[in-house]
Design a protein around this ligand. Structure first.
Ligand code: KIV
Ligand code: ZN
Length: 385
């Protein structure tokens, strides 16, 4: 079974979510929860970006013992020196450096030729590898880069000492097929590729970040980057909890596994949501309030008879107490009676149909029926007798 490393960038790319600005103690709280979740790598920030970032990365590196802590830097010596000061006390100091490789970025942003991009990357990797035991190099905007050039630069940075090669879909442009093919191409055309971990890093501009990350895994990626709840720049990053569950539930298909303690997922999701202020949409996969809620009568009846009829993930697996049969106008008699029993409301069998009809009338006017509504219905019935 292929082992997949989970690289969490909630504190770096996730913090680039517009409107999110975490203070030091909030970052530390998130880092400790990520350690409980057992992520392999925590990208704690971008030390050269600000003094605040440098000191919070340092504190996180000094505190976290069971996950590797890393930080981001440009291919610039000053950035790498600042990052070293922040990361050197960590268990296994690791640096993440990046340079854009696509023609659009080379021409308009960097104003560099291909040769200059190769030279700057190779020099930076050599400089970083002299200090850090582990160096990751990222080809920013890799998914819009010419494949032969991508293969050439990847081979050169591996020879310069990179241990991990990351292939970001920086602007969320890839589709599962074409993004997966990049990994396949690199596997087939970079002679030294077997020496490194190949990493996927996707953004969700077209809503395909998770699918693209899984396609990369199918084509040889051994590390997946993303954030909790999928927060991040613009439309966000790959939601790690979704990738982890896809790998677990479809183990038969992916034949791959992570080290995550899945039962920590719900707590991690709420800690990140509470501290970033980014509300989790109710219909969000795995962690949304409705992810384990059933409203239709047919579904409720099925789940009461056998959960696997409509539930492929058990809520307990990801740390939720139980599923939730929401009572509303679509609900059926079976779920209605079941909730009366749970509430300890004793009604004669022949009264259930009459009460259920009254419940449907009320449910037509209300979005959701509460336990108080049910209690009131039963009491009203008893009083009017
Ligand atoms: O999306 C991206 O390309 C990045 C890099 C810095 C890895 O976040
Ligand atoms: Zn990114």
């Amino acid at each position: 079974m292929q082992k997949i490393k989970i690289y969490d960038t909630t504190l770096r790319d996730g913090e680039q979510t517009p409107g999110v600005n975490l203070n030091f103690s909030e970052k530390l709280e998130i880092a400790k929860q990520l350690e409980r979740l057992n992520v392999d790598i925590i990208e704690a920030g971008f030390p050269a970006a600000s003094k605040g970032d440098a000191s919070s990365v340092q504190k996180i590196a000094q505190t976290i013992k069971n996950s590797t802590v890393t930080g981001l830097a440009r291919c610039v010596q000053q950035d790498m020196d600042i990052a070293w000061e922040s990361l050197k006390d960590g268990v296994n100091p690791r640096l993440h450096i990046f340079l854009a490789t696509s023609p659009i970025h080379r021409e308009y942003k960097l104003k560099m030729t291909k040769e200059q991009v190769i030279e700057a990357s190779v020099e930076a990797v050599k400089y970083a590898a002299a200090k850090f035991p582990v160096v990751q190099w990222s080809a920013e905007d890799a998914s819009r880069t010419e494949l032969p050039f991508l293969a050439e630069i990847v081979e050169k940075v591996i020879q310069a000492g990179a241990h991990v090669i990351n292939i970001p879909d920086t602007v969320g442009y890839g589709t599962p097929y074409d993004y997966g093919q990049i990994f396949k191409y690199l596997k087939e055309n970079v002679p030294s590729i077997y020496k490194v971990d190949l990493s996927t890093h996707c953004h969700d501009d077209l809503g395909m970040a998770v699918a693209n990350s899984l396609a990369a895994i199918e084509n040889g990626a051994t590390q997946v980057e993303g954030t909790i709840n999928g927060i991040g720049e613009r439309a966000g990053n790959t939601a790690l909890e979704e990738v982890a569950l896809a790998l677990r539930i479809r183990k038969d298909y992916y034949n791959a596994e992570t080290r995550l303690h899945l039962q920590e997922i719900s707590r991690t999701s709420s800690v990140v949501s509470k501290l970033t202020g980014m509300i989790v949409p109710a219909n969000k996969a795995v962690v949304g309030a409705n992810a384990f809620a059933h409203e239709s009568g047919i579904h409720q009846d099925g789940v009461l008879k056998e959960k696997s009829t409509y539930e492929i993930i058990s809520p307990e697996l990801v740390g939720f107490a139980s599923n939730n049969l929401v009572l509303g106008k679509h609900s059926g008699r079976h779920a209605f009676k079941n909730r009366l029993d749970e509430l300890g409301l004793v009604v004669e069998e022949e009264e259930v149909s009459e009460l259920f009809a009254a419940f449907k009338d009320l449910a037509d006017r209300k979005k959701e029926m509460t336990d108080d509504d049910l209690t009131a219905l039963v009491l009203e019935k008893k009083i009017s007798k």
